[in-house]
Design a protein around this ligand. Structure first.
Ligand SMILES: Cc1ncc(COP(=O)(O)O)c(C=O)c1O
Length: 384
């Protein structure tokens, strides 16, 4: 009866593409598996907040919140703790309104599927995250995928197709999760104005890390006010759980009425929302030096990779080493793990075919000296 699934799993295994869940223990920047210790370079805890017991204990001293919300936000799940965090986000971004979701996946699938219909068109960077693509697929809108960060290609598509549809949306990540490169948001603002489109920017990997107050790349590029909807997540640099978007009042009110993942799912508990609030107000403002150090480490690592002719992209704290075939990335990951670096292979469909890689996800509490051996180990793995 399940033959189809058996054979598909077998095929994935043969193509070095099988995924497995692991059972591990974390402590600070380390991972423990089967009594072995590894440096954790595969999480999105870029500032080391999720695993910082001091931060957690400080939060718990003031925490008096429920562990379950027991309903959707549209029923009784929307406590004052949500309202407080939403007000804070609207004030920080100077937007009319904000809306919290259970995760970035809920946010993107919900926003894209709610705002788009059959009559509409969306222009989507080719390397945008699966949650954005899944939301677009749910909407039945016409989608054009422009070449990654290629705004000439985007303009060609806008020129050719924009006028055939009612609403047009341009959607991009600000810092691309698997390539570590950064969108030119001002160029996108120019195009969205010229072609009368709505601009949505997903700051999942930049929120907390970039910009003078940690608001993301839009803050760094000084264009928050020109972006229609900014999405951010709390599950990465903030070390919590959930996501938000902020923007024009009518868009947020529309989402409250139409966004299915918001309407039909139990809201995450108050305690998570309160922790996100605590981190944004009490922790992030004190981490300026750590954020600067993080980028210096990334720069040094990129220079070392380049000196060994290893292919990388981008300029951020996400440093991919692109190896091509799944098997090569799986081998490199094995060698790195054997040497104490917890670096998992990234393969299709997370990245395009034949661009399998190890994605070095740097953290502010890991120094360059601790990771300096990685490039040579990758070279060694390539020759095995
Ligand atoms: C760009 C981007 N957006 C959204 C998400 C989903 O966020 P979450 O993990 O909170 O569901 C991810 C997850 O990695 C992501 O990379």
């Amino acid at each position: 009866m399940f033959e189809r699934y058996y054979s598909e799993l077998k095929e994935l295994k043969e193509n070095f593409c099988e995924r497995k869940l692991i059972s591990l223990k974390k402590a600070g920047k380390y991972i423990f598996e089967d009594n072995k210790k590894y440096l954790n370079l595969s999480s999105n805890d870029y500032l080391g907040i999720a695993e910082d017991r001091k931060i957690l204990n400080n939060f718990l001293k003031i925490a008096d919140f429920s562990m379950g919300s027991a309903s959707s936000r549209l029923l009784t799940g929307s406590s004052y703790v949500y309202a407080k965090l939403e007000c804070l986000l609207s004030a920080l971004y100077r937007k009319d309104k904000s809306l919290i979701f259970n995760s970035g996946y809920h946010a993107n699938t919900g926003i894209m599927s709610a705002l788009l219909s059959k009559r509409d068109v969306v222009f989507c960077d080719k390397l945008n995250h699966a949650s954005i693509l899944d939301g677009i697929k749910l909407s039945d809108a016409k989608m054009f995928r422009y070449k990654h960060l290629d705004y000439e290609n985007l303009e060609e598509l806008l020129q050719k197709h924009r006028n055939d549809y009612e609403t047009a949306i341009i959607v991009t990540e600000s810092l691309f999760s698997m390539d570590g490169d950064i969108a030119d948001l001002n160029k996108l603002v120019e195009l969205k104005n010229k072609y009368n489109a709505v601009l949505i920017v997903d700051e999942a990997h930049a929120f907390g890390v970039y910009g003078s107050r940690g608001l993301g790349i839009a803050e760094e590029q000084n264009c928050i006010k020109d972006i229609d909807i900014i999405v951010g997540t709390f599950g990465k640099a903030i070390g919590s759980m959930g996501a938000f978007c902020c923007g024009h009042e009518v868009l947020i009110n529309y989402l409250i009425n139409k966004c299915r993942p918001l309407i039909f799912s139990t809201a995450i508990p108050e305690i998570n929302i309160a922790f996100s609030y605590f981190v944004i107000t009490e922790v992030i403002p004190n981490l300026r030096n750590q954020r600067r150090e993080l980028l210096i480490t990334a720069q040094k690592l990129r220079e070392k990779l380049a000196s060994l002719q290893l292919a990388t992209t981008g300029s951020s704290h996400i440093v991919p080493v692109i190896l091509g075939e799944n098997k090569t990335a799986v081998n490199a990951s094995k060698v790195l793990i054997d040497n104490g670096f917890y670096l998992l292979p990234v393969r299709h469909p997370t990245v395009p075919q034949n661009t399998a890689r190890v994605r070095i996800s740097l953290r502010a509490d890991i120094s360059y000296e601790e990771i300096a051996a990685i490039p040579e180990l990758i070279v060694k793995a390539e020759t095995v």
